[in-house]
Design a protein around this ligand. Structure first.
Ligand SMILES: *[C@@H]1O[C@H](CO)[C@@H](O)[C@H](O)[C@H]1NC(C)=O
Ligand SMILES: *[C@@H]1O[C@H](CO)[C@@H](O)[C@H](O)[C@H]1NC(C)=O
Ligand SMILES: *[C@@H]1O[C@H](CO)[C@@H](O)[C@H](O)[C@H]1NC(C)=O
Ligand SMILES: *[C@@H]1O[C@H](CO)[C@@H](O)[C@H](O)[C@H]1NC(C)=O
Ligand SMILES: *[C@@H]1O[C@H](CO)[C@@H](O)[C@H](O)[C@H]1NC(C)=O
Ligand SMILES: *[C@@H]1O[C@H](CO)[C@@H](O)[C@H](O)[C@H]1NC(C)=O
Length: 245
């Protein structure tokens, strides 16, 4: 009963908070007296920088604003993960963070592992796409235990499609949706017809990416080759443990 009452209070609080955020500017929704900006990124509650721990929901949401770089950068302190953007607007609550571009069969180019979210309240959102820039191959995204998604693409010898159509139809690029949240780290592997391609050409790469960001960049998807990271979206769950006795 006590738990139920507290649960309801929590829901009411969230509801009130949603109403107040809907009517105010997204730049002003840090708690009173809490720092609300870091390097051009607004930091709304449940995230917070400080000066004290009332500014964030719990330590997973604590933001460290690193001022020792030319442009100040916010980091999720416990995950030591840079924050690119936080959106708590219009009911879509996501945080955008960098995720590595994985180079497949490329000697000397090591890709770091994707951030490991195990044990944290964060998870890779289903609003991300898996994209592989490759051909005559099947690329897949897997965790320790499961293959979660994958796609295959065909080599295209002539320019008969616009760049933005190539990933859609699976020529020199393929793209697929995530059907479930990922709460751990993941790796990317590839199977391909080795006879057709050069094993050390570093032309093949794949990544998990914020689908909205990719839609804005798909007509120039080959330029992603020059990047080490792309943005991904994380969702989170506010744990009731903190509110329950
Ligand atoms: C904010 O800071 C001012 C001045 O330090 C103080 O008077 C006020 O009580 C603080 N408000 C909150 C909500 O902590
Ligand atoms: C801030 O960033 C610099 C450069 O990346 C790094 O050396 C330093 O450890 C960071 N400071 C904190 C407090 O994370
Ligand atoms: C953050 O996301 C919001 C909503 O998607 C967008 O309007 C804003 O331009 C983004 N800010 C940055 C710094 O990318
Ligand atoms: C929320 O996300 C959904 C799915 O990506 C999108 O269709 C919708 O436009 C978003 N709403 C807002 C207010 O950004
Ligand atoms: C991810 O983090 C969890 C918890 O810290 C750890 O048990 C697991 O081994 C990590 N996974 C990888 C692949 O590093
Ligand atoms: C394979 O790629 C390397 C590096 O780009 C290049 O030097 C070499 O000539 C290529 N070999 C073949 C058989 O295409």
């Amino acid at each position: 009963m006590q738990w139920l009452v507290q649960h309801m209070i929590f829901i009411l609080l969230l509801y009130k908070w949603r109403i107040s955020t809907a009517s105010s500017s997204p730049l002003k929704i840090a708690k009173g007296n809490c720092t609300s900006q870091c390097g051009g990124v607004s930091i709304p509650y449940p995230f917070g920088i400080g000066p004290n721990n009332h500014c964030y929901f719990d330590s997973w949401y604590e933001i460290e604003c690193n001022l020792s770089v030319p442009v100040a950068k916010p980091f999720l302190r416990r995950l030591q993960l840079e924050v690119l953007n936080i959106s708590v607007y219009g009911g879509n609550t996501t945080v955008q963070v960098p995720s590595p571009v994985t180079y497949l069969s490329c000697k000397g180019k090591q890709s770091p592992l994707a951030p490991n979210l195990t044990g944290s309240p964060f998870m890779y959102s289903v609003e991300n796409s898996f994209v592989a820039v490759s051909c005559d191959s099947f690329a897949s995204l897997r965790t320790d235990t499961h293959t979660l998604t994958g796609c295959s693409s065909t080599c295209l010898d002539q320019d008969i499609l616009s760049a933005s159509e190539m990933c859609k139809y699976g020529f020199d690029c393929c793209r697929t949706a995530l059907s479930q949240f990922i709460t751990t780290t993941f790796s990317i592997t590839q199977e391909r017809d080795e006879t057709r391609r050069n094993k050390t050409d570093c032309e093949d790469y794949a990544f998990l990416v914020d689908q909205q960001w990719f839609d804005e960049h798909k007509s120039d998807f080959r330029a992603i080759k020059d990047r080490d990271v792309v943005p991904v979206k994380l969702d989170w769950i506010l744990s009731l443990e903190k509110i329950s006795p």
